[in-house]
Design a protein around this ligand. Structure first.
Ligand code: MLT
Length: 330
C-alpha cells in the first residue's frame, strides 16, 4: 500500500531530492510519545537519509491501522507495509519468538539488546519470515512490563488474588498469571483503555513508557514494579513488500532499521526514569514486589517454562538464549 508522494518542489530543486518518493504506511500500536513512536520516527528519518529522499514513511499511532495482532496478518498479506508492535503480539504467529516472552528470561536492557542484536535475534528474524510472512528489521526496547491496577497496592502473589487483570492474547502470559493463582482476561490491545476505564478489568501490565503513552494514569492508580517480561517492540515489514524492493532499496530499509534499533535503546536509557517520575507526579503509587520478587519468579519459571518448550522449538532454543546471556541451561 505504498503511495507516491510529491516532495516539496523548492526542496527538490535545491537538494536534488526526487520529485516522487515512495511513502510507506507504518502502523504503531501505542499512542504518541512512547517507545514505538520514537522507533518509528528514527526509522523514517534514517530511511529518508539512506535513500536520498526516495523512500519515506508515515506513522499512524494509536492502532489507527488496526489492532497489533491484526497488523501482522495485514503485513503478511501485503495490505500493510510496516508495523511496530510488542513482541508478545507476534508470538501467536511465530511461536519461537515466544522465548523472549517467557517470564524472567530477559533480565535487563543489556540482555534484551544482546539477544535481539546477536545470533539468536537473527534466527528469530528468519523464523518469523517463514512462520508469519513478516520480516523484523528493527528492535525497539520499552522496559519491563509493570503491573497496574485501580484497586490496591500489590506486593505479593497473595495481594494479586481477586484482581481481574487484562493480558494480551498470548498463551505464555495467560499461563504466567495462572501460575500466580489468577485467571487473567485475554483482550486485544485496542480495547484495553476502555476496559480499564469502564472497570471491566481492574488492571493490566505494560512498561512505564507505554503506561504513559496510553494515558493509563487516568484510569489506574497502583503500579507493581514487576520484572517478568522485558518488552521488546519489533519493527516489521511485509515480506512481500521487502521482496518486491530492489537490492539497494532493501539495503536502505535494513540500514534504517539498524539505526532505529540503536536510537530506541538510547531513548529508553534516557527517558525511562523521567517517565516513571512523571507517573508518580500524576498520582500513581509504585510498590516493590516483596522479597525481591522471589515468589513470582519461582512460580512462573517452574510452572510456565516447561509448558512451552515444544512451542518455542524445544528446550534447546531456550538454552541457546540463556547461553547467549551467560546463564546456565535448564
Ligand atoms: C499489549 O499489551 O498488547 C502490548 O504490549 C501493547 C503494546 O504494544 O504496547
Amino acid at each position: 500500500m505504498t503511495i507516491k508522494l510529491l516532495a516539496g518542489t523548492a526542496i527538490c530543486l535545491m537538494a536534488s531530492v526526487p520529485a516522487f518518493a515512495a511513502e510507506y504506511r507504518i502502523a504503531v500500536g501505542d499512542g504518541a510519545g512512547g517507545t514505538q513512536e520514537a522507533l518509528g520516527k528514527a526509522f523514517v528519518e534514517a530511511l529518508e537519509k539512506e535513500s536520498g529522499g526516495e523512500m519515506t514513511g508515515k506513522l499512524f499511532v494509536n492502532g489507527q491501522l488496526g489492532d497489533e495482532q491484526d497488523t501482522v496478518t495485514a503485513a503478511a498479506t501485503g495490505t500493510l507495509d510496516f508495523s511496530i508492535l510488542a513482541i508478545n503480539n507476534i508470538t501467536p504467529f511465530s511461536p519461537s519468538v515466544g522465548t523472549l516472552t517467557l517470564p524472567y528470561v530477559i533480565l535487563s536492557q543489556d540482555d534484551a539488546e544482546k539477544v535481539t542484536q546477536g545470533e539468536v535475534g537473527q534466527q528469530m528474524v528468519e523464523q518469523t519470515i517463514e512462520d508469519a510472512g513478516v520480516r523484523i528489521i528493527g528492535w525497539g526496547y520499552s522496559g519491563f512490563r509493570v503491573l497496574t491496577n485501580s484497586k490496591k497496592p500489590v506486593s505479593t502473589v497473595a495481594d494479586l488474588q481477586g484482581l481481574v487483570v487484562r493480558v494480551p492474547k498470548n498463551e505464555i502470559m495467560i499461563e504466567t498469571y495462572k501460575s500466580w493463582g489468577i485467571n487473567p482476561t485475554p483482550m486485544a490491545w485496542g480495547e484495553t483503555f476502555a476496559a480499564l476505564q469502564q472497570k471491566v478489568v481492574d488492571g493490566q501490565d505494560n512498561p512505564y513508557m507505554t503506561v504513559n503513552a496510553m494515558k493509563f494514569y487516568e484510569v489506574q492508580k497502583y503500579i507493581t514494579d514487576l520484572r517478568y517480561i522485558f518488552s521488546i517492540e519489533p519493527l516489521i515489514v511485509s515480506e512481500a513488500l521487502f521482496e518486491s524492493l530492489s537490492e539497494d532499496e532493501q539495503q536502505h530499509v535494513l540500514a534504517a532499521g539498524e539505526a532505529a534499533t540503536q536510537a530506541s535503546a538510547a531513548f529508553l536509557r534516557e527517558q525511562e526514569s523521567r517517565i516513571r517520575d512523571e507517573l508518580v507526579s500524576r498520582g500513581m503509587e509504585i510498590t516493590k514486589p516483596a522479597d525481591d520478587e522471589k515468589e513470582f519468579i519461582e512460580l512462573a519459571t517452574t510452572n510456565v517454562w516447561p509448558k512451552f518448550y515444544d512451542q518455542i522449538g524445544g528446550v534447546e532454543v531456550l538454552n541457546g538464549v540463556l547461553a547467549s546471556l551467560g546463564r546456565d541451561p535448564v
